[in-house]
Write a protein that binds this ligand. Sequence first.
Ligand SMILES: [Zn+2]
Length: 344
Amino acid sequence: MKVVRLVGKEQIRVEDAPDAQLQSDDDAIVRVTHSAICGADLLPYHGYTPGFEFGTIPGHEFVGEIVAVGDRVTAVKPGMRVVNTSMTSDGTCRHCRAGRPTQCENRSLFGYSGVYPRLDGGQAELVRVPFANRSLFEVPEGVTNEQAVFIADILPTGFAGVRRAGVGFGDVVVVLGCGPVGLMSIISSAGTARTVIAVDGVAERRELAEQLGATAVSPDDAPAAVERATAGLGADVVIEASGSVPAMKGAFDLARPQGVVSVIGAHFEPDFPLNNGTMFEKELTLVFSVGDPSRDRERLLAGIQAGSIDPSPVLTHSMPLDEAQEAYRAFDAKEMTKVVLTTA
Ligand SMILES: [Zn+2]
């Protein structure tokens, strides 16, 4: 099978490898048709992921057809068109039993190593999927592969930022950062909120945010936009989707008293100057989420099926797996908002 490998810092190689094989009765093998590159793939790409094992096949968002299953796999079967969950979970540990599969004691993230045990990802012609009963879900009719690939990770993540903030009817929601994940929060809140104010420094991203139902402004204009939309009260919910420290700081200023700062941007800084005085005086809530595809995929797929949400405008580029090297370069250079690698 043909695979993409991250073989060194900023070194992507497309090469031949032995076909992925079932290793356990809970595994399935998927013939991948579409595999996205995520912003999170750029961290090991730049050598920022501690303990990352070069040689790992990246890719935690993929859609394809099942070609083989182990004896204990009953929820999905060969021939089925499926989408994965970015992270695997065993379904049996204490966290899984309590409904917290994203904290599973045996979790792995496809295409990662170091942070979690190594699990080769879906930027390949074939991928082995552990705990396939939980890690795979059938893509319903009427949902395209290009829409379904968003279910693996970023649509549930954007949605989790909205859900866990308790966005309600008539709220003013601010989304800081209009990368793919921030755009998913806009899609997830535009039907409920009174106004979604999208904040980003890149004009093309603001344009996409507007197309998805937000009012988009540059970071400098954000405070005035929130003041206008709320008559000076502040935003009900601020979703931090950029993963940057300045956005994190700004979020607390934009939130109204008793508002919620909901963080879905990836943060790794070990400390942060949280202003406890402001937090206490304004009675703010701060919540972090990584997204839970296994919890939310069915309602999101139903929303796509019904036509009430559509993530596909965010998928700006599609390239053959063979051109992965160029895809990583261009995605990293922000020449593409979201790119999917396809197999013939
Ligand atoms: Zn578990």
